[in-house]
Design a protein around this ligand. Structure first.
Ligand code: SF4
Ligand code: SF4
Length: 339
């Protein structure tokens, strides 16, 4: 193996196993893709062993008949990595059948963009919400422990955040919120349906309040993510600078490796033609471009960089713990004085 001056060891990856999709979302054009994927289950053994977190996404991953084989190959190759699948949840029976054949330690996240018809409006699928509910019930019945839902906010559903969070709480599901992002190379551009800060901020602030009034450090981590989300929307800047191509990357269904899924200009190589060690070395151009970029703030681009900027993380968490707990104490005092 040649010696490289600079070598990245990514800890996290988004792996799109197909770009085909059976949804008709207002904020994403991927469903218009007809192209078939090239990567085969065994090819995923070429992924770096440094990965601790592998998110299988799409398109809709369960449209592939061999997604169970893909998960099992990845788990066999790298048993310590967390493997998650993001799905639109519109194929309940098929999802159950495929998941039953997989390593059952897999985490699954179903997209829920509103409760009831609000979800169907965003996703363009009649009775889509009911299908997602059926998928979640089936997955729970077969023993999937790490189950969650996530909302992607646009102008269509930006008032639904707390309703979806409440659904998650009532059904003991993990919950995640993100905003729809524009990207010519992935989701496509939809500036007309961007969610407004004025609608989103008070709802996310309420979630941050809960996060920092909890005694769980995991909740504080979620709070940090939500603070970053508000910062991106208000100031178009990132709470933690990006490390795309170093700490994380995006792999498409044709073996192409990019710094992230949003930027098609940050191509680093091809996993079917090169070893990962070659792809992740001497990529200063990509790494520098990412460090200066503030185009997104998503779980896949924020969680993998937390350990790279510990002082900023600790300061933000400490000041938020003081701020939100003081706010709670003051509210409590006012209530008791007025009663
Ligand atoms: S957001 Fe997801 S479910 Fe919707 S069209 Fe895009 S890939 Fe499909
Ligand atoms: S901030 Fe820029 S480089 Fe980093 S993940 Fe987002 S779009 Fe990619």
């Amino acid at each position: 193996m040649p010696h490289f001056h600079s070598q990245a060891k990514p800890n996290s990856a988004v792996v799109a196993v197909t770009l085909r999709c059976n949804s008709r979302c207002v904020m994403c054009d991927l469903w218009k893709t007809k192209e078939r994927e090239i990567m085969q289950p065994k090819d995923y053994r070429r992924l770096p062993l440094t990965l601790q977190d592998i998110n299988i996404s799409g398109g809709e991953p369960f449209l592939r008949e061999d997604v169970d084989e893909i998960v099992n190959e990845i788990h066999d190759h790298n048993p310590r990595a967390r493997i998650g699948i993001s799905t639109n949840g519109f194929l309940p029976k098929r999802i159950e059948e495929q998941v039953k054949r997989m390593w059952l330690g897999v985490s699954i996240r179903v997209s829920i963009d509103g409760v009831g018809e609000a979800h169907d409006l965003v996703r363009g699928i009649p009775s889509g919400f009911d299908k997602c509910v059926e998928t979640l019930e089936r997955l729970r019945r077969i023993g999937i422990k790490d189950l969650g839902i996530g909302i992607t906010c646009s102008s269509y559903n930006s008032e639904q955040i707390l309703a979806v969070q409440d659904y998650a709480k009532r059904h003991d599901l993990k919950f995640n919120v993100q905003v729809a992002h524009d990207s010519p190379s992935y989701y496509g551009d939809h500036p007309a349906i961007r969610a407004s800060v004025a609608t989103i901020k008070p709802q996310v602030e309420a979630i941050i309040h809960d996060n920092f009034n909890s005694n769980s450090p995991r909740e504080w981590g979620r709070g940090l993510f939500h603070i970053g989300l508000v910062e991106l929307m208000e100031k178009q800047s990132r709470l933690l600078s990006c490390r795309a191509g170093e700490q994380f990357f995006y792999l498409d269904p044709y073996g192409n490796v990019f710094g992230c899924l949003m930027r098609g200009d940050l191509k680093m190589g091809n996993l079917l033609e090169q070893k990962w060690q070659e792809i992740f070395c001497e990529q200063e151009e990509v790494w520098n471009a990412a460090r200066q970029c503030a185009q997104c703030w998503m779980i896949c681009s924020s969680k993998p960089v937390v350990h790279t900027q510990p002082i900023k993380v600790i300061k933000t968490i400490m000041s938020s713990l003081v701020r939100y707990r003081l706010m709670s104490a003051l509210k409590g005092m006012c209530k008791s004085l007025s009663s």
